[in-house]
Design a protein around this ligand. Structure first.
Ligand code: TPP
Length: 479
């Protein structure tokens, strides 16, 4: 496949990655006081990871100290019982929403709650009050049917798009919590998913966009583009051909900031994956050129998950697949580890049994106060992340005004004034030519004036004439 073909993904996704801008969305200036959790660092870790050091990177929001570094560096964790309580909150929000709708997929959120918690509470940088902050980390739920996981996380993190009433109207007409994530319905959802494999392919595109923009606009003294793309995919996504194609490109391009979690729970709709899917996914990904880590206990191995993320971040030149072995429907005494929890409500009796089993005495949709309080730090921390980036960008703008203006126009999706004047003109007297040749003339004319234009072709550029002559191919090392 010619490397130019690779750009089809970025063409489609660059716009998605950068098209929203902060000014359209309100920022929360009412920063409430936050209490700081106790940070114990990693207690036990896998052999490949090093012990986390004490968090030193404290930042300030207004007059209060916020351990923003805690969110960013994995150094921070609260005591395990609070982590567990938060994870169970995610599980029960999913259980309760599916139960109320009598429709949906509780199994995946129950199994993936630990990795979801660690990602949104300890790892990712985002601003819940401005879901469109440009340099946020991206998250894609490729296994879109498990969307209650994402809605529960957005709710806890403080996104205004997913309030309690939104959780209560899961899967209802015109709700902001449709049955699969939709980015135009729910701010905070980056990518609409559902067709299996599509999300991971989109995530490759997002990571590609990050790498391309970083190569183009970062300076030795200012890394203005610097974020990760995280994705959760399941067995179903792994079965799809598109995921393999996109993942092949991801390692070809060396997308080191793409970190994929493979929810290895061995169950899909029809039952055990033994029915139809027995390949060695680890070996396939190694063959593709990915760094592969296996977290054997994704249900309660919180430190294993943390260590895997830390290890993945240290690998700069390859994307990482973290295979996380989990139990679908974890906590449900009679339905876990079976297809019956994949896509149906548990039913009142089993919900009660799960409440008993996980020691959950609360009413449906309840978020315990200490969990609420713990997550509340993301509002000020997110504001700090964005404010710091804005300050960095202001400095960048002073030194590199041309590049800053160009990047801003890409972020805002604004076309340069008079761009259309670059187009060649034709008259009835112009010599006849093949449409693909005329298309090439136009594409190349536009490439000179549209800084955000990327293109691609499926191993067909020299035939359908989509080469942008003034640019080379997007390649690892010179992107
Ligand atoms: C391309 C495509 N084919 C089929 C489906 C229907 N489908 C939805 S979920 C699912 C099974 C997914 O299994 P898995 O990823 O293991 O999710 P889990 O059972 O762990 O929730 C299938 C086949 C789909 N959404 N997209």
């Amino acid at each position: 496949m010619a490397s130019t073909s690779s750009l089809t993904l970025s063409q489609a996704l660059l716009a998605r990655a950068v098209s929203h801008h902060a000014t359209e969305h309100r920022r929360d200036s009412r920063l409430s006081p936050v209490s700081l959790p106790t940070f114990s660092g990693l207690k036990s870790i896998t052999s490949t990871a090093t012990r986390a050091t004490t968090a030193t990177n404290c930042r300030r929001v207004s007059s209060r100290q916020v351990r923003a570094a805690a969110v960013e560096t994995l150094d921070a964790t609260t005591d395990t019982s609070l982590v567990e309580k938060s994870i169970n909150t995610i599980r029960f929000l999913a259980i309760d929403a599916v139960e109320k709708a009598n429709s949906g997929h509780p199994g995946l959120p129950m199994g993936c709650a630990p990795m979801g918690h660690i990602l949104y509470d300890e790892v990712m940088r985002y601003n819940p009050k401005n879901p469109y902050w440009f340099n946020r980390d991206r998250f894609v739920l490729s296994a879109g049917h498990g969307c209650m996981l994402q809605y529960a996380l957005l709710h806890l993190a403080g996104y205004d798009s997913v309030k309690e009433e939104d959780l209560k109207s899961f899967r209802q007409w015109e709700s902001r919590t449709p049955g699969h994530p939709e980015n135009f319905e729910t701010p905070g959802v980056e990518v609409t998913t559902g067709p299996l494999g599509q999300g991971i392919a989109n995530a490759v595109g997002l990571a590609l966009a990050e790498k391309h923009l970083a190569a183009r606009y970062n300076k030795p003294d200012s890394e203005i583009v610097d974020h990760y793309t995280y994705v959760i995919l399941g067995d179903g996504c792994q079965m799809e051909g598109i995921s393999n194609e996109a993942c092949s490109l991801a390692s070809h391009w060396g997308l080191g900031k793409l970190i994929a979690f493979y929810d290895d729970n061995h169950i899909s709709i029809d039952g055990d994956t033994e029915i139809a899917f027995t390949e060695d996914v680890d070996k396939r990904f190694e063959g593709l050129g990915w760094h592969v880590i296996w977290v054997k206990n994704g249900n309660t191995g919180y430190d294993e998950i943390r260590a895997a993320i830390k290890e993945a971040k240290a690998v700069k030149d390859k994307p990482t697949l973290i295979k996380v072995t989990t139990t679908i429907g974890y906590g449900s005494p009679n339905k876990s580890n079976s297809y019956s929890v994949h896509g149906s409500a548990l039913g009142a009796k089993e919900v009660d049994a799960t409440r008993q089993n996980l020691g959950w005495p609360y009413e449906p949709f309840h978020v315990p106060d200490d969990v609420k309080q713990h997550w509340s730090r993301h509002t000020p921390a997110g504001a700090t992340f964005e404010a710091e980036w804005n300050a960095k960008f202001a400095e960048y703008e002073k030194k590199y005004s041309e590049e800053a203006a160009e990047l801003k126009s890409i972020i805002n999706g604004v076309l340069p004034a008079g761009w259309e004047k670059a187009l060649p003109t034709y008259t009835p007297e112009s010599p006849a030519d093949a449409t693909r040749n005329l298309s090439q003339q136009n594409l190349n004319a536009l490439a000179k004036v549209l800084p955000g234009l990327l293109g691609g072709s499926a191993d067909l550029a020299s035939s359908n004439m989509t080469l942008l002559k003034m640019f080379g191919d997007f390649q690892k090392g010179h992107s």
